[in-house]
Design a protein around this ligand. Structure first.
Ligand SMILES: Nc1ncnc2c1ncn2[C@@H]1O[C@H](COP(=O)(O)OP(=O)(O)OP(=O)(O)O)[C@@H](O)[C@H]1O
Length: 310
């Protein structure tokens, strides 16, 4: 597939400090989550993509437009939802979204029509007529989201879109993001610290640390462990079961939540585990192929030194 965003060896220095270090990336349609610890360079990368900062070295393109050279065209293709509030005081919610559409050169009435349409999509009711100063955190999030979407851009860059939302609102926001990617065909770059959100919606994951790309992969691929293994949950004395597995010489790891991971190929192993569980007097609740958790993937990636050593 042809990537919508492609970066080739992009570096960005602030004085003598290198915030992005030879970042090469391809971002395709679907939802890509951008993760990284504080100070990893995520905001710098977003600003370079939006043309708000010029890369020190390297090249890149967003669709057919060159970074640093065609910034106006790039901004027309991108809807950016910043993490912080961005509104003019005294305007109502709908007027704020209308203004964003007018700034994208839509005529006043068409901008108003789009404003209402997008606020309906965002689940904003009559509160759209109140001034934004009176809005709760959740309403402000929806407003920023609506402002990013109103000109119907093919690419969305969303900075922490679910932070501060209650569980119900968070789920609704994630559903809207999924609709935009799956049904409207938009490419979404989701910048977040909330790993369950990443797990819930992402097609691909990029992990930055110390300005370098540590991981750039489809989530599905990342979750598959390098060595095949089974994750077993039992009812009963888990220690007795573990001893039984050890006596039988099976390579095991005690996992989280009372599960034991047994390394080996699935077919022969499952049968053997059933037998050993019976001998240990425990019941098998579940046996399933193990998956790498996103938390493990993230921690391993950010601990790794840039030269590839842990
Ligand atoms: N204008 C600037 N001048 C000097 N250093 C900067 C500037 N902006 C950012 N930095 C530094 O560059 C590094 C990357 O910052 P950046 O804001 O891109 O990280 P981030 O991944 O977005 O972090 P966070 O998750 O905390 O927002 C940090 O060490 C930061 O202190």
């Amino acid at each position: 597939m042809n990537a919508l965003i492609e970066l080739d060896e992009i570096s960005k220095n602030y004085g003598s400090f290198r915030a992005l270090d030879r970042v090469s990336l391809k971002i395709e349609s679907g939802i890509t989550s951008l993760l990284g610890p504080n100070g990893a360079g995520k905001s710098t990368l977003i600003k370079v993509l939006l043309g708000l900062l010029r890369a020190t070295t390297g090249t890149g393109r967003l669709m057919e437009f060159q970074l640093g050279r065609q910034n106006r065209q790039i901004r027309e293709q991108v809807g950016y939802m910043p993490e912080d509030d961005c509104y003019l005081s005294g305007l109502s919610g709908v007027e704020s979204v209308q203004l964003s559409a007018q700034l994208s050169r839509f005529p006043r009435l068409e901008a108003l029509r789009r404003g209402h349409e997008i606020l309906d999509f965002c689940g904003m009711g009559q509160e759209r007529y109140r001034t934004v100063e009176t809005y709760s955190t959740g309403m402000r999030q929806k407003l920023r989201f609506a402002q990013a979407l109103v000109h119907d851009p093919p690419i969305l860059i969303l900075d922490e879109p679910t932070s501060g939302l209650d569980p119900g609102e968070r789920e609704s926001m994630l559903n809207r993001i999924k609709i935009l990617a799956r049904e409207k065909g938009k490419a979404v770059l989701l910048c977040t610290h909330i790993l369950p959100d990443v797990q819930a919606v992402s097609d691909a994951v990029v992990i930055l640390a110390s300005g370098r790309v540590r991981v750039s992969e489809q989530l599905e691929q990342l979750s598959v462990p390098t060595e095949p293994s089974l994750r077993v949950k039992v009812l009963g004395d888990i220690d007795a079961f573990q001893s039984q597995l050890e006596q039988a010489g099976l390579p095991i790891k005690t996992g989280v939540n009372g599960a034991i991971t047994v390394e080996g190929h699935h077919e022969e192993l499952a049968e053997r585990i059933w037998q050993l569980a019976r001998q240990a007097g425990v019941g098998v609740r579940s046996i399933e192929p193990s998956r790498n958790s996103l938390e493990e993937i993230f921690l391993t990636a950010v601990r790794e030194q840039p030269d590839g050593h842990s």
